[in-house]
Ligand binder design. Structure first.
Ligand code: TMP
Length: 389
């Protein structure tokens, strides 16, 4: 790939590796730089972190921790069932804790999940789960053992895989001639519009535009037939793909046109984005510094991978944030990657002593505001601009 660097987010740790004090000394860091591939217009890291460093048997992110995501996958499954044959064969790539596959029937559904802790859970529930990374070799084995798939789904996983050519080529092999492949990942347009640079971390080596996907998929005989813009994860695209020339609907052209108008084809857009990111950093640091100087108690709501990027890029540690609350049992009692802020359960950390809560999980702000109706303090966000809500 011929990449041009446009953004430097500095020294970053593994975003989802929450740690105990004993692990502080040996913590792994890498240099997070982002570039634009000149051929495909793919926004991608200049260098990739090795997959097993991120996805292993201690992986901490659970999709089911948010009602928004549980509902999102249940509604989507319901709508897919109405267009697929009842006995259709379903494959999910990157099944996490089963938040999507639990909506499907165990007999006809298989899953792939490299994080052993989650693969074990879904295997125990009765869904055949391959505890491996998606590779061409695994695709061949699945083809041999189960035949072609009618529906392949993948959420927040394609953007995790550095080698998209190998990935899409092997998906094309496993997909039935009349099959459908749907995947969803954070949208580059939304990231640019919301200045949500925290979509970028080790697990997201690419932030997809429809423009880039269109070019890359086509190399493997895969064609985008529909694009849905969704609000999940701070703005995602759900991309519908078929292996043969099917009629594409106007959402494909609409999205391609909108991306052109937004300037995703111009290098200057990415340079302007980098300037806005730097401004977001100084605004956030200034705001938190002012809050602390007034003697306020400031916490963070949601120990997210996104907040790992923000805290490390902005050097935000316990001098500015007292602690982080998070509902995920695997994260509680540990410290945030890189800047080592303690993570505690919300029951212990959200009370009337808190003046401000930075929304680490800003992408779930509606769900959080509804849940925390009686919260005494005020929320702070950096998306799309730094402010007190
Ligand atoms: P994500 O932004 O990477 O999806 O992570 C969201 C994190 O926020 C996840 O660890 C669960 C946590 N969370 C809470 O602690 N409380 C909440 O109300 C919600 C919606 C999420």
């Amino acid at each position: 790939m011929d990449k041009t660097k446009f953004l430097d987010l500095g020294k970053q740790p593994i975003a989802n590796r929450f740690l105990s004090k004993d692990d502080f000394e040996d913590e792994f860091f890498y240099h997070l730089e982002v570039g634009l591939d000149q051929e495909t217009m793919l926004v991608t890291h200049m260098n990739y972190v090795d997959a097993p460093m991120m996805f292993n048997d201690n992986y901490a992110y659970r999709g089911s921790m948010s009602t928004t995501m549980v509902n999102h996958f249940s509604m989507f499954s319901e709508s897919m069932r109405s267009i697929l044959k009842p006995e259709c064969k379903v494959l999910e790539i990157g099944s996490n804790d089963g938040v999507f596959i639990k909506n499907w029937n165990k007999e006809n559904t298989i899953a792939v999940e490299p994080c052993g802790n989650f693969a074990k859970e879904t295997n125990e529930l009765g869904y055949k789960t391959y505890s491996e990374f998606w590779t061409a070799e695994l695709a061949d084995r699945i083809l041999e053992e189960h035949g072609t798939m009618d529906f392949i789904f993948s959420a927040n996983c394609m953007c995790h895989i550095p080698d998209l050519d190998q990935t899409f080529e092997s998906i094309a092999k496993v997909l039935d001639r009349d099959g459908i492949f749907v995947f969803e990942d954070p949208s580059l347009s939304q990231m640019i519009c919301l200045n949500s640079y925290d979509q970028i971390y080790d697990e997201h080596p690419h932030i997809f535009s429809v423009t880039a996907l269109y070019k890359i998929l086509r190399k493997h005989g895969l064609h985008i037939i529909k694009v849905e813009n969704t609000t999940v994860h701070g703005g995602s695209n759900r991309i519908w793909v078929q292996g043969k020339h099917a009629n594409r609907d106007r959402t494909v052209t609409d999205n391609l046109d909108a991306e052109k108008i937004l300037g995703l084809h111009d290098t200057s857009t990415y340079n302007r984005f980098a300037e806005s990111v730097a401004k977001s950093k100084s605004d956030l640091v200034n705001l938190l510094t002012r809050c602390k100087a007034n003697g306020s108690k400031v916490i963070s709501y949601g120990a997210t991978s996104k907040s790992t990027t923000v805290f490390n890029y902005c050097n935000i540690d316990t001098n500015m944030i007292d602690y982080i609350t998070d509902t995920t049992p695997e994260k509680q009692g540990l410290y945030s990657p890189g800047t080592h802020i303690p993570v505690i359960p919300p029951e212990e950390g959200i009370d009337n002593t808190v003046n401000f809560a930075y929304l680490g999980a800003w992408n779930f702000s509606e769900e959080i505001k509804a849940k925390e109706r009686n919260f005494y303090g005020k929320f702070i966000t950096h998306v799309p601009t730094v402010r007190i809500l």
